[in-house]
Design a protein around this ligand. Structure first.
Ligand SMILES: Cc1cc2nc3c(=O)[nH]c(=O)nc-3n(C[C@H](O)[C@H](O)[C@H](O)COP(=O)(O)OP(=O)(O)OC[C@H]3O[C@@H](n4cnc5c(N)ncnc54)[C@H](O)[C@@H]3O)c2cc1C
Length: 573
């Protein structure tokens, strides 16, 4: 079937929903999501949303901006970081007025807690800046925004899978989607498409991300010729449950939790004497990896302990109830009595589809691509630079989702209906037919496990040239083997065998792009730490990476970082 809507939003996380709320009511807008909308990963966000409300202690947006820029290891574009920090209080009060049930202070204001890298007075001391609803902040914001967007009359296509973007003379004219319930392929004709398809932690073996985070939107943009930005910057969160990767939010340390090594030492005192366990994630993940290398992991193994025992049962129940129950369910221990085994877990992608301050996607020569927008984790605006601070993602989603929505409404009058390509769904019909007919080859899950193993072993918290080269050769060989991937299920309804094979195509593409970008950057900055180039090198590398697909190969180029208020300085915590 062919559907037609003025605006199509792909992705029902907070980025897509916040944009939808802005556009709905003004125009005909449809939302497509491959998972049931409220199952999007945003609903798993635990710790909070950052904003200098100053409800618990004095705070200023300038301090928030400074922390964001310093946390990013000075790679964030400072015009974007300024908008993020300045607009935060408005965006959070707006959510409150829509009905988000934030925790409260004794006098009824929105409660705030400490989080990694959030400080007062330009780095002097930790400050309480994270607004939260216990440890299910994403869930309550998501339910509120979903309800609001339905109330405003958006049309939702749930469990529809974006296969490809449709372009006409370098403009976006719509997309092709696969309906999971029926196996039918549909085309969508539109004047504007907004991508809000989230991250792609599934490139790695251990991740806090949900199964749907396979980077389909980022990969589709790459295939359509868009350069991807800063893809080498992959965030590893220090506290995933050992062996599983399920997240124990930084809120646990914000509430007073402490990381300990096999001797019970609070090792972060050594690596970040100022902020200790509340240093940014890249700093803590590296410190943990060092402790493990130097045989101070628990029992000499590859994990550390998170100690919450001193917080007491009541505080755990009131402020950290979900993660306490994860620990009870997955590990069979009680955080009030036992130490929690934790290990770093792939958490967030700083890189993605380059977009300007209004979410308009930038194409060749950094010119706006008419009708194409990107916000949220799939985009790179770039507000997080080389390392994102906790609670700045939820903020990014609502601040830039709001701006992109407003921009679409303003621009729509100037966006024409462009013609669709002939037989737009043909190539996917053929591809899926071939996939179903093929009898011999390897299963997607075999290739996926190998890919995740390679990326985890060679392109994680520490990187070096030989490892990256090894990984690149491995991923290239997997890409060749992927040409002959086979599936067992040849049916039409909810064929997850088929969709997982398609998702693997995106993951392989993105692994390749991460590796090529990481090999080129011969310095250490934020989450990208090169053992063979351990220093930050502002002279040569204070710039954003761009990587573009040109035929079967890819081409790297660079663009300058926007610096407005804060000159790069060494990062000391
Ligand atoms: C466990 C966890 C806890 C976190 N806690 C916090 C926190 O406390 N504070 C904070 O600031 N950040 C937190 N983060 C980060 C933050 O939650 C994410 O960065 C953010 O939610 C991403 O939102 P999004 O709207 O970009 O995408 P998502 O919420 O990931 O949604 C992506 C959407 O895209 C859709 N989609 C993807 N591919 C396709 C396709 N091919 N076709 C159709 N639809 C598609 C999906 O169906 C989904 O609706 C956390 C992340 C995790 C994993």
């Amino acid at each position: 079937m062919e559907f037609k809507h003025d605006v199509i939003i792909v992705g029902a996380g907070l980025a897509g929903l916040r944009a939808a709320v802005e556009v709905a009511g003004n125009t005909d807008v449809a939302l497509i999501s491959k998972v049931y909308p409220t199952r999007s990963h945003s609903g798993a966000a635990q710790g909070g949303i950052a904003g200098a409300l100053g409800n618990e202690e004095p705070d200023l947006w300038e301090w928030h901006m400074y922390d964001t820029v310093k946390g990013s290891d000075f790679l964030a574009d400072q015009d974007a970081a300024e908008i993020l920090a300045k607009d935060a209080p408005r965006a959070i009060y707006e959510l409150e007025h829509m009905g988000v049930p934030f925790n409260r202070t004794a006098d009824g204001r929105i409660a705030q807690r400490a989080f990694g890298g959030h400080t007062s007075n330009f780095g002097k001391a930790p400050v309480k800046r994270a607004c939260h609803a216990a440890d299910r902040t994403g869930r309550v914001i998501m339910d509120t925004l979903y309800f609001e967007s339905l109330r405003k009359g958006i049309k939702v296509y749930e469990e529809f899978y974006l296969l490809d973007l449709l372009m006409h003379e370098k403009r976006v004219v719509g997309l092709v989607a696969y309906e999971l319930a029926t196996g039918a392929i549909h085309t969508f004709h539109s004047r504007a498409v907004l991508l809000a398809t989230g991250g792609f932690g599934k490139v790695y073996k251990t991740t806090s991300n949900c199964f749907a985070n396979t980077g389909d939107g980022v990969s589709a943009a790459y295939r359509a010729g868009v350069s991807l930005q800063d893809m080498e910057f992959v965030q590893f969160h220090p506290t995933g449950i050992y062996g599983l990767g399920v997240l124990i939010s930084e809120a646990a340390r914000g509430e007073g939790g402490i990381l300990r090594n096999r001797y019970g030492e609070r090792f972060m005192e050594k690596y970040a004497p100022g902020l200790k366990d509340l240093a940014p994630r890249d700093v803590i993940s590296r410190a943990m990896a060092r402790e493990i290398r130097e045989e101070r992991g628990i029992h000499g193994r590859d994990f550390m302990h998170l100690d919450l025992t001193h917080l007491g049962k009541d505080r755990l129940a009131e402020k950290l109830s979900d993660i306490s129950s994860f620990v009870r369910i997955y590990l069979g221990i009680d955080p009030a009595d036992d130490l929690i085994p934790v290990q770093h877990t792939c958490h967030y992608m700083m890189g993605g589809i380059p977009a300007n301050l209004d979410g308009q996607v930038l194409g060749e020569n950094q010119q706006v691509i008419q009708g194409l927008y990107a916000v949220g984790e799939c985009a790179c605006i770039s507000v997080h630079g080389a390392n994102r601070l906790g609670c700045n993602s939820l903020l990014d989603l609502v601040v830039f989702g709001h701006r992109a929505g407003k921009r679409i409404v303003r621009e729509l009058g100037d966006l024409a209906w462009n013609p669709m390509p002939k037989e737009p769904d043909k190539s996917f019909l053929v591809k899926i037919e071939h996939l179903k007919e093929r009898q011999k080859g390897e299963s997607a899950w075999v290739l996926r496990n190998e890919m995740q193993g390679i990326m985890t072993a060679h392109c994680s918290v520490f990187r070096k040239k030989e490892d990256l080269e090894k990984a690149l050769a491995g991923i290239q060989s997997l890409m060749e083997r992927y040409e002959k991937v086979v599936i067992d299920n040849r049916g039409m309804r909810f064929n997850t065998d088929l969709t997982e094979a398609i998702e693997l195509g995106s993951l392989l593409n993105l692994s390749h792009v991460i590796l090529v970008s990481a090999m080129a950057r011969e310095e250490s900055r934020g989450a990208h730490f090169r053992e063979d180039y351990p220093e930050r090198d502002d002279q040569n590398w204070l710039k954003h990476t761009l990587i573009q697909k040109t035929g079967e190969v890819c081409r790297l180029s660079y663009k300058p970082v926007t610096i407005t208020r804060f000159e790069p300085k060494p990062r000391v915590y």
